[in-house]
Design a protein around this ligand. Structure first.
Ligand SMILES: [Zn+2]
Ligand SMILES: [Zn+2]
Length: 361
């Protein structure tokens, strides 16, 4: 990944292809992880609790049936009351008509008062009385229906109160069960994803420069994505804490590792600088030489050597010989194997007598 310019063309292609493989590998794992995380929702108790089950369990169904029955009774009674009212109305109109008839008849007969007619008057009056009695009876039945409706309404109201209380209770029980279920699912998801994240970190620390490094990188990317992104939509209220705490722990860990790595590097350099010039020069590998030349840094102490000018032959920081003149007269970087003018082998500083300034004690 570093020293990109020091790579040959095929090496660059392989590196690019490796990164592609790493990304594709990570992408496939992410899709797989998504499926697994989603399906873990149905693992505990075969799925989330059902609200209907709690309503049945608490005994709401018989009360609901009772409510329906009361409703039907009320409707029937109301229909009957209407029918009674209609009939009474008809009877009252009949009474009015007959009464009017009698009054008219009496008025026309008043002048010629006839004893034989009193029987007819009596008969008609009795008929009217009977009709009146009938009307009263219907009125009474109507009143009874009204009383019945009132009683039914009171029963319905009482029942509604009980149903409401039970519904609230069932709702609370359902909420509690759902919270417990959510917690279980989260614990399960965490139990799957967190070890993957730790495995990804361990693999990265241990095998990041392995021949198959791109699988390690792919897996690492996947584990980070799975933990910090895929788990996100399914976190319960407190889930954010878990995510943040793990994130903080990882950041602290990474920071400490970085400082430790730098300390190891500084210690290595300190020991290295105590060695003779030839020993130090013999440690400089070809890729390192290419990288140093391109960056104009000393391959031993990693400082810029050209601050003293591009014609500097020795590192002004550690005294290492950096350039030497070939037999053909060309000036070559001392760590390249061949002369740029004649192609002859460049003698490494190792083969030279040590420069007097190469032992900074
Ligand atoms: Zn140096
Ligand atoms: Zn030469």
């Amino acid at each position: 990944m570093q020293q990109g310019q020091a790579l040959s063309r095929p090496e660059k292609m392989v590196r690019l292809a490796s990164w592609l493989v790493a990304l594709v590998f990570a992408g496939l794992l992410v899709s797989l992880g998504e499926l697994v995380i989603r399906d873990l929702f149905y693992l505990p108790e075969g799925g989330p609790p059902q609200q209907e089950v709690f309503r049945q369990h608490i005994g709401l169904d018989p009360l609901k049936r009772q409510q329906e029955q009361l409703q039907r009774q009320t409707e029937a009674l109301r229909a009957e009351q209407e029918k009674l009212a209609t009939t009474r109305g008809q009877l009252e109109r009949g009474y009015q008509t007959q009464r009017q008839g009698l009054d008219n008849w009496l008025a026309s007969r008043a002048v010629t008062a006839d004893a034989g007619q009193s029987a007819e008057v009596l008969k008609r009056t009795r008929a009217l009385d009977a009709l009146q009695a009938q009307i009263l009876q219907w009125q009474k039945r109507e009143d009874q229906a009204s009383a019945g409706l009132l009683a039914l309404a009171q029963q319905q109201q009482a029942l509604q109160g009980r149903v409401g209380a039970l519904e609230q209770q069932a709702g609370r029980q359902y909420q509690q069960a759902y919270s417990r279920f959510e917690l279980k699912v989260f614990a399960l998801r965490l139990a799957v994803i967190l070890p993957l994240l730790l495995l990804g970190v361990w693999l990265f620390l241990r095998y990041r420069s392995h021949r198959y490094w791109f699988f390690v990188y792919g897996f690492g990317l996947f584990s980070l994505f799975a933990f910090f992104v895929e788990l996100l939509p399914y976190l319960p209220n407190f889930g954010g804490y878990v995510r943040l705490l793990v994130g903080i722990a990882l950041t602290v860990f990474a920071g400490m590792r970085m400082i430790q790595a730098f300390q190891r590097y500084a210690e290595k350099k300190r020991v290295e600088l105590k060695q003779s010039q030839s020993e130090r020069a013999s440690h400089v590998a070809y890729p390192k030489a290419l990288q140093s030349y391109q960056k104009r840094s000393c391959p031993s102490c990693d400082h810029q050597y050209n601050i003293a000018g591009d014609d500097a032959d020795y590192c002004i920081h550690c005294g290492l010989q950096l350039f030497r003149v070939c037999a053909c007269g060309a000036r070559n970087f001392a760590f390249f194997p061949f002369c740029k003018k004649c192609g002859g082998a460049v003698a490494r500083p190792a083969a030279l007598p040590d420069h007097p300034a190469s032992k900074p004690e």
